[in-house]
Design a protein around this ligand. Structure first.
Ligand code: FES
Ligand code: FES
Length: 154
């Protein structure tokens, strides 16, 4: 069966069943490999994407639940050549160690900045509380989000 998904501004056809988790459709069918499989149970945040601007765990959301909503993956924020302000801030703060959690951190932080462009450190930490990082780079990640939200050039 072919499904239609609106991803990163384009309508894409996906040869998947409606019950397929969105994460699998993104990675396996559309080759958007930024969202990662961590727990598969909405417990770690590695698979986070934006659905209509809100952070969502793509591992537990079936494709049929997305409907016509706009899905944004990390690839939709920016590219290696033209990273977004938030992605630039993560690079500047060297916030990634192994990098496995970083997709989820950036996407969850982007959702926060969408609704609150000037968060406090406490608000950043609260927003990212559900995103796990086994490498322990939390402090650099928080600094990166605050840097992106600041007035200074990133
Ligand atoms: S893989 Fe989706 S929350 Fe862990
Ligand atoms: S940088 Fe390795 S899990 Fe976060």
């Amino acid at each position: 069966m072919t499904l239609k998904l609106k991803v990163n501004g384009a309508l894409r056809s996906v040869p998947a069943s409606p019950d397929t988790p969105l994460l699998y459709a993104l990675r396996n069918d559309l080759e958007l490999n930024s969202p990662k499989y961590g727990c598969g149970m909405a417990q770690c945040g590695a698979c986070t994407v934006l659905i209509d601007g809100q952070a969502a765990p793509s591992c537990v959301i079936p494709c049929k639940a997305v409907g016509k909503a706009e899905i944004t993956t990390l690839e939709g924020l920016g590219s290696q050549r033209n990273p977004s302000r938030l992605q630039q801030a993560f690079i500047a703060e060297q916030a990634a160690q192994c990098g496995y959690c970083i997709n989820g951190m950036v996407m969850t932080a982007q959702a926060l900045l969408n609704r609150n462009p000037k968060p406090t450190e406490a608000q950043v930490r609260e927003a990212l509380a559900g995103n796990l990082c086994r490498c322990g780079t939390h402090n650099r990640i928080v600094k990166a989000v605050l840097r992106a939200a600041g007035d200074a050039a990133v």
